[in-house]
Design a protein. Structure first.
Length: 156
């Protein structure tokens, strides 16, 4: 069985969190969140990563956007934790223009619990209303993107 609940915002921590239970083993979920050819099946339309290690760089692209979103891997523990900083198109990654998405995996019987926590919204340039808007946009984004991941992994 696969179960999902909506992403939630922690306004005090300026973060978005969502946990999904996926009827797939941890290695399949890990591959889907780290291998560029699989990332592109559920998260945007293309993905590149030059290496799967801390310091690895790459890009994500979605239809409707003219530019790639830069990515920098900041944490990597195989089949346990994968985190990257990602930010604005056409700008080098900085604390004031990017956030960190951290994926953690754990076993739950025959399934995998995947938790995504995105942080750093409090450091974004602009006023609180702008940062709050980005927080809400990404909350909705994690709802749709993780639903796509679940469908991708359970429809095969």
């Amino acid at each position: 069985m696969t179960s999902t609940s909506p992403a939630r915002i922690d306004a005090d921590a300026w973060s978005v969190t969502r946990t999904v239970r996926i009827a797939a083993d941890r290695s399949r979920v890990w591959a889907a969140i780290t291998r560029p050819e699989l990332i592109a099946q559920w998260f945007g339309q293309s993905a590149t990563l030059d290496r799967l290690a801390v310091g690895g760089t790459g890009t994500f692209r979605w239809d409707g956007y003219d530019d790639d979103f830069p990515v920098l891997i900041v944490e990597f523990d195989p089949e346990t934790v994968f985190a990257y900083r990602w930010g604005r198109r056409d700008e080098p990654l900085r604390d004031d223009n990017s956030t960190v998405a951290r994926f953690t995996l754990s076993d739950d019987g025959y399934a995998t619990l995947l938790t995504v926590v995105e942080t750093g919204f409090d450091n974004l340039a602009g006023d609180a209303a702008h940062r709050g808007s980005r927080l809400e946009e990404n909350r909705g984004g994690w709802d749709s993107e993780l639903d796509e991941l679940v469908a991708f992994l359970t429809s095969a």
